[in-house]
Design a protein around this ligand. Structure first.
Ligand SMILES: NC(=O)c1ccc[n+]([C@@H]2O[C@H](COP(=O)([O-])OP(=O)(O)OC[C@H]3O[C@@H](n4cnc5c(N)ncnc54)[C@H](O)[C@@H]3O)[C@@H](O)[C@H]2O)c1
Length: 267
């Protein structure tokens, strides 16, 4: 099926990728464009946003790269104004940006803790604050918030900032969905599981330097009921479904995209 987002305008935050290959935001940017959307690809690294926008253009789609730090209100106001000035509307706000701050309650650095909240949580508040007036005027809009299975489960490593911020996202999603449903606006969370993206590959290769990352990836795949890591396209397909009219009666929910890993005890 094609054209599921014909005529729509999407903003994708973190629309680039941390390294070579496909991150979740980059795959969503390209997939949304393949389905007919015009896409504002937002990233705080210019080259990452431009790379994703160039892939879209190379496929004959429409995308514009914007450099912005979505934890800063002035940047968010500017990128939303850019989108409205350029295309006159915003139909899909895909809040994909997320960072991992290491540490548990005893040792997490408080500056890093604050940065984790600014990037993972406040960024969503800010994009919503600036797109909601336009979506209300349109009487339609879709907000997608990329959370994580870390909002549901302990994942075996002390990342309390990540657990806290991703859980906050689920609560914000429900609040936004309830408050703005009467305006024709839907809001849902996406909870990816073990996704083999450049972000994860970089962290694994760094922490396992000198040993065998392939063995690590194979062993982790073994704990997933579907017996494989997910990839950025698995998350992008879920985002496409929720962004499209196929999901027109779905709001305030959490779509887990994890090959079944969280349904088991001990994970
Ligand atoms: N990879 C996984 O296994 C996994 C699992 C669960 C959830 N997630 C979530 O998916 C999302 C994307 O993850 P990914 O692995 O594709 O990451 P990624 O790092 O490849 O992509 C994220 C992009 O966001 C950009 N970015 C970071 N901070 C920014 C800021 N302040 N303003 C604008 N852009 C910024 C980065 O430059 C990068 O290009 C995150 O929210 C992450 O928490 C990932």
């Amino acid at each position: 099926m094609t054209g599921r987002l014909d005529g729509k305008v999407a903003i994708v935050t973190g629309g680039g990728s941390m390294g070579p290959g496909w991150g979740n935001g980059k795959a969503a940017s390209v997939l949304f464009a393949r389905e007919g959307a015009r896409v504002l690809v937002v990233d705080n690294r210019t080259e990452a946003a431009e790379e994703a926008a160039a892939i879209v253009a190379g496929e004959g789609g429409t995308a514009v790269a914007v450099t912005a730090d979505v934890s800063r209100e002035a940047d968010v106001a500017r990128l939303v104004a850019d989108c409205i000035g350029r295309w006159g509307r915003v139909d899909i706000m895909h809040n994909n940006v997320g960072i991992v701050v290491p540490g548990g309650p005893e040792d997490v650095n408080l500056e890093d803790w604050a940065r984790g909240h600014d990037v993972n949580v406040t960024s969503i508040l800010l994009t919503c604050r600036h797109v909601l007036p336009h979506m209300k005027a349109q009487r339609a809009g879709v907000i997608l918030n990329v959370s994580s299975i870390a909002s549901l489960r302990w994942l075996g490593a002390p990342y309390i900032s990540y657990n806290a911020t991703k859980t906050a996202i689920n609560g914000m999603t429900r609040a936004i969905a309830a408050q703005y449903g009467p305006d024709g606006i839907r809001c849902n969370s996406i909870l990816p599981g073990l996704m083999r993206t450049p972000l994860v590959e970089g962290a694994v290769f760094k922490s396992l330097a000198g040993s065998d990352p392939d063995a690590f990836f194979a062993a982790r795949a073994g704990v997933v009921p579907l017996r494989r890591w997910g990839d950025a396209w698995d998350v992008a397909e879920a985002a496409l479904f929720l962004a499209s009219d196929s999901a027109r009666y779905i709001t305030g929910t959490e779509l887990v995209v994890d090959g079944g890993v969280t349904i088991q005890a001990g994970v």
